[in-house]
Unconditional design. Sequence first.
Length: 119
Amino acid sequence: MFFKQFTIMVRNLEKSIDFYETMTELAVARRMKDGQAEIAFLANKDGETMIELVCTPQMQKFEGKGFFVCFLTDKLDAMREAALAKGLKPSDIRTPDAQSRYFYVYDPDGVSVQLKQVS
């Protein structure tokens, strides 16, 4: 068994796609409509990591409380600079131990996204 994807109900699909493409370097692998819903699947180049963004007027949106998602990166400093350049107000980089560094940034719907670098 393995983790395939997670889904986030979003208010604005384009803003959410822009955020996740910038901050996680995932790319749109597929877009579609299902009734009133607009759906975008974003994945890494190998398709191992996937998120599904769903924008539909009638469904409740995630409020971003009590949940965060973590993505590993090998260019933490550059990703924080990208977040600053987009006005996303990332946290300071934290170094809890000699093996890891990370920062947090919120997506357009309030999901706390952690970017982490491990040695």
